[in-house]
Design a binder for this molecule. Sequence first.
Ligand SMILES: Nc1ncnc2c1ncn2[C@@H]1O[C@H](COP(=O)(O)OP(=O)(O)OP(=O)(O)O)[C@@H](O)[C@H]1O
Length: 273
Amino acid sequence: MPSENSGTARNAVVSAQAVSMTYHGRRGPVNALSRVDFNLWEGEFVALLGPSGCGKSTLLNMVSGLIMPTSGSLTYRGTPIDGPNTSIGYMTQRDSILPWRTVSENIELPLQIRRVPARERREKVATYIQMVGLRGFENTYPAGLSGGMRKRVGLAQALVYEPETLLLDEPFGALDAILRLRMQAELLSLTEKLGAAVLFVTHDMDEAITLADRVVVMSARPARIVDVIEVDLPRPRDLEQLQFTAEYQEVRRRVWHNLGREIHAGEKEMAKP
Ligand SMILES: Nc1ncnc2c1ncn2[C@@H]1O[C@H](COP(=O)(O)OP(=O)(O)OP(=O)(O)O)[C@@H](O)[C@H]1O
């Protein structure tokens, strides 16, 4: 089992011990996670990489309190997670934006739920609309947005109340390369400013390495942690140039070594009748 004990001087915001999850679907039981041990430390950026369908969203859903593990222990700052937690901002893979609210009204919603005063709400909404590049679309309804724009509304909803922990499930998947790079840089500077801890699911190995302090590689289903790679590259990072450095290539080789194997294992699993 790879060591998961780095950063011991810091406090864990999320701690998972021997967490397993079995779904009971129409086609019988599906083992999604198997005895996952994991800590997310204060202010840390962790990227989760693993084959499609291995259980990454399941882990985020459990950390957010939307679903409970079948066995094992999952805590947030030492308290068992037994329901949604207002310290966590969660951008799920499928957005939950409301079709009858405009872009501004959707982004404002989490602040209204938290009874933030109207003036502060307006300021925050304007800040985050700017950040996700949706100026000019404030009064547009979701039906008039592209897939990438919807994703950015979802991201702004998770960020707008500046939670201490962010769970982001493939937030930049639908964006073109330039916008993606811009949003990655914005996210890094914001989370550094807020000191937020981030658990970030992506399929993109380069995105994982450029953003994260640690990359956690998960196995094909049922997901286990097969490797934890410290990304000891200096910050602030120049996201455009980083990939050309020798240090970066070294980390990339190690991540690919395990990830490639797991992706092949996942493909074999899916091909089974
Ligand atoms: N509610 C559910 N009922 C039954 N099976 C489920 C349920 N939710 C997820 N699963 C199954 O659990 C496994 C893990 O799903 P999960 O969405 O966590 O994977 P993932 O790693 O996030 O996938 P992807 O990378 O494709 O988004 C999959 O095989 C999925 O079909």
